[in-house]
Write a protein that binds this ligand. Structure first.
Ligand code: NDP
Length: 284
């Protein structure tokens, strides 16, 4: 299986397809299957795992903690801090609690979940302190639009931001207008959340669209594998689909090897058009 990678600003290579964990741990009856799914994902090369203190108020981190027992060093571990915990008074204890739930002594990447009221400079200072203490290897942000990223980069230490995790899938391409180009120019990869459109009407469109189906058939693949392969086509985007079922994990890992040609990308553009003007950032 092909292992496509994305290069972080510090030169670290991470898999282009990782694993999301939102909603994991919320239903005790599914916990065992979720742990097995995450471990299978790591075996298949999706060794980047994304979680957050918010998910199930720590339950997702606990599931991830159990899944990575004994394989911590094989995993690139990402968690996120609530904006209201991102000031100097709470950042350190939030991080400590995440580490405890995850059963590890460090995170590979710690993200500010979205922008809140704490000044950027204070969060950056805290993140840099966590780096010095060895609690995190690097930090980044999530749900930041272009102006937020520009402001971040103009704040002392802001240039150390490793990624910006935002909503991105075939049915939501607004970031292609200026956020994604800004990221490419500044060599900061995007991490695409909900790359499979999570659920709802857009997901149905992806599943039933004849163009997506035709391309999927040509690759002996499923429509959602085409959507996932599309999201990582630039080599500058890391996608983090969530899959609690092993058959979905396997399908997602296989999508890493699915290369769409220019003609196929053009066909997808005709159905799911790129933005013609600036759009506010889509957020879940
Ligand atoms: P996704 O777009 O990843 O969709 C997840 C859904 O798709 C699940 O129901 C899953 O089912 C199903 N699925 C996964 N793979 C397949 C497949 N191959 N075929 C068919 N169905 C499939 O949605 P998420 O919103 O979960 O986004 C992914 C991750 O991004 C989150 O889990 C989270 O880690 C992160 N995120 C971050 C946000 C932020 O604000 N920073 C916001 C939202 C998400 P099943 O589980 O049954 O296998």
């Amino acid at each position: 299986m092909s292992k496509r990678t994305v290069c972080l600003p510090d030169g670290t290579l991470v898999p282009a397809i990782g694993q999301g964990t939102w909603n994991m741990g919320e239903n005790p009856a599914e916990k065992k299957a979720e742990i097995a799914a995450l471990r299978l994902g790591v075996d298949l090369g999706m060794s980047l795992i994304d979680t957050a203190e918010m998910y199930g108020e720590g339950k997702s981190e606990q599931v991830v903690g159990e899944a990575i027992k004994g394989i911590r060093d094989d995993v690139f571990l990402v968690s996120k801090v609530y904006p209201h915990n991102a000031g100097k008074d709470r950042l350190f204890s939030s991080c400590e609690q995440s580490l405890k739930r995850l059963g590890t002594d460090h995170l590979d990447l710690y993200l500010l979940h979205w922008r809140g009221r704490v000044p950027m400079a204070e969060t950056i200072e805290g993140m840099e302190q966590l780096k010095k203490e060895g609690k995190i290897a690097r930090w980044g942000v999530s749900n930041f639009d272009t102006d937020d990223m520009k402001e971040l980069l103009n704040t002392p230490g802001g240039g150390n931001c490793a990624t910006n995790q935002v909503l991105y899938h075939l049915g939501s391409r607004g970031i292609e207008y200026d956020l994604l180009p800004w990221h490419q120019q500044n060599n900061v990869p995007i991490m695409a959340y909900s790359p499979l459109a999570q659920g709802g009407s857009l997901r149905k469109e992806l599943l039933h669209d004849p163009v997506v189906r035709k391309i999927a058939d040509a690759h002996q693949a499923e429509p959602l594998q085409v959507a996932l392969a599309w999201s990582i086509r630039s080599n500058h985007v890391i996608a983090i689909p969530k899959a609690g079922k092993e058959k979905h994990v396997t399908a997602n890992a296989q999508a890493s090897a699915l290369l769409l040609n220019t003609d196929e990308l053009n066909q997808l553009d005709t159905v799911f058009s790129p933005p013609a003007q600036r759009m506010p950032l889509d957020i879940i």
